[in-house]
Ligand binder design. Structure first.
Ligand code: 5GP
Length: 117
């Protein structure tokens, strides 16, 4: 038996914790970040528990591609096509990952500096 995903995102997937869901299909879920750092701040996650990209296997290739295209579609829905948007995936505590369930941050609606902080 696979272990229950005890992260906060596992609880959101199971409906144990509420979220402002903007998109859902069989494989993916997207919801607004509870502590947004930009006017648009949405998290796109796989329903399957993958900790981060270090945990991804070759057979996750299609799922990872789907997450990216889903993020693109949501960004378009949010009206970010003209000004653009940024995707961020934090992989590991050292670079700021705080929830250990893979997620893509969609950030938009303001300007962003480069390099990132
Ligand atoms: P990380 O730091 O792991 O890259 O990103 C985790 C993100 O999850 C953070 O931006 C944080 O604000 C968000 N987050 C943490 N707990 C919750 C929650 O219960 N609900 C929602 N919607 N977002 C959360």
């Amino acid at each position: 038996m696979t272990e229950k995903n005890q992260t906060i995102f596992g609880k959101i997937i199971r409906g144990e914790v509420d979220a402002d869901v903007v998109y859902e299909d069989d494989d993916t879920l997207a919801f607004r970040d509870a502590n947004p750092v930009a006017p648009t701040h949405i998290l796109v996650i796989p329903k399957q528990h993958v900790v981060n990209l270090f945990d991804a296997e070759d057979d996750h290739q299609a799922l990872l591609g789907k997450l990216m295209l889903t993020a693109r579609d949501i960004a378009e829905e949010e009206g970010l096509e003209e000004d653009g948007f940024r995707l961020v995936v934090n992989n590991g505590e050292g670079v700021g990952q705080s929830v250990f369930h893979l997620h893509i941050h969609i950030l938009g609606g303001r300007s962003f500096s480069w390099p990132p902080g």
